[in-house]
Write a protein that binds this ligand. Structure first.
Ligand code: ADP
Length: 153
């Protein structure tokens, strides 16, 4: 089973979309294994967005992520990284397909509601960045037998 990271960004907190976003992942069948509100810092954002350090909007996106606390989530399931990334949609909310989170709730490149890990390797690094091991929980999912067929896990 894969685990992946979602960050519910300040824009979603302000627009009161936290329940909507979490509900989509729950309804899909992903298991919530970690969930907490944190205040991001310039230091952790510089690491998280290091691949964008050369961009003119680097400072702006870091500032935007610190305007309010964010919610970080760990979601688990078969192919969870791919599923969650697909459910977020393209970076630019104006181009993201309807039915995706960004397609349904964003009209912006920067203000795009969620961050999701883009690969299995990234997910591991990002989960370690935002969660202590004891903040990620293993527990039995009661509806498991109705989410997957026996030969799928
Ligand atoms: P994604 O979040 O889709 O994986 P990136 O890693 O490329 O995309 O970018 C990280 C975040 O930086 C985006 O989610 C978005 O909030 C912001 N961002 C990316 N490109 C731009 C841009 N051209 N202008 C403003 N903000 C941007």
């Amino acid at each position: 089973m894969e685990k992946t990271l979602v960050i519910i960004k300040p824009g979603a907190i302000q627009r009161e979309l936290v329940g909507e976003v979490i509900s989509r992942f729950e309804r899909k069948g992903l298991q919530l294994c970690g969930f907490k509100m944190i205040q991001l810092t310039d230091e952790v954002l510089a690491e998280h967005y290091a691949h964008l350090a050369h961009k003119p909007f680097f400072k702006r996106i870091k500032e935007g992520m610190m305007i309010t606390p964010v919610i970080v989530c760990c979601l688990k399931g078969i192919d969870a990284v791919h599923i969650v990334h697909q459910m977020a949609g393209k970076t630019n909310g104006r181009e993201a397909v309807q039915g995706t989170i960004r397609g349904d709730f964003s009209v912006s490149v920067q203000e795009n509601i969620v961050h999701t890990s883009d690969s299995l390797d990234t997910a591991e690094i990002e989960l370690n960045r935002f969660f202590k091991p004891e903040e990620i929980f293993e527990y039995k999912q009661n509806n498991f037998g109705f989410l997957y067929a026996n030969d799928e896990f």
